[in-house]
Ligand binder design. Structure first.
Ligand code: FES
Length: 67
């Protein structure tokens, strides 16, 4: 799904950027171009970045049980 229509950036591209280390909207803009024009995608893109960060911070229950 396109999140940034101006620059053709999809939700999966934003998730990939987050996995590759993007933590802020500024970093995402530099990497993908999302948010560089009208800015109407910034809220949705930020939510995707936040979601990815929460996912990274959650413990991996299967790994902790395996140890
Ligand atoms: S929709 Fe992303 S900058 Fe316009």
């Amino acid at each position: 799904m396109y999140i940034c229509v101006c620059n053709g950036v999809t939700d999966s591209q934003i998730r990939q950027a987050a996995e590759a280390g993007c933590r802020t909207m500024s970093e995402l803009t530099m990497r993908t171009g999302a948010g560089a024009n009208c800015g109407s995608c910034v809220e949705a893109a930020t939510a995707l970045l936040d979601e990815a960060q929460v996912r990274r911070s959650l413990p991996l229950p299967m790994l902790s049980q395996a140890a």
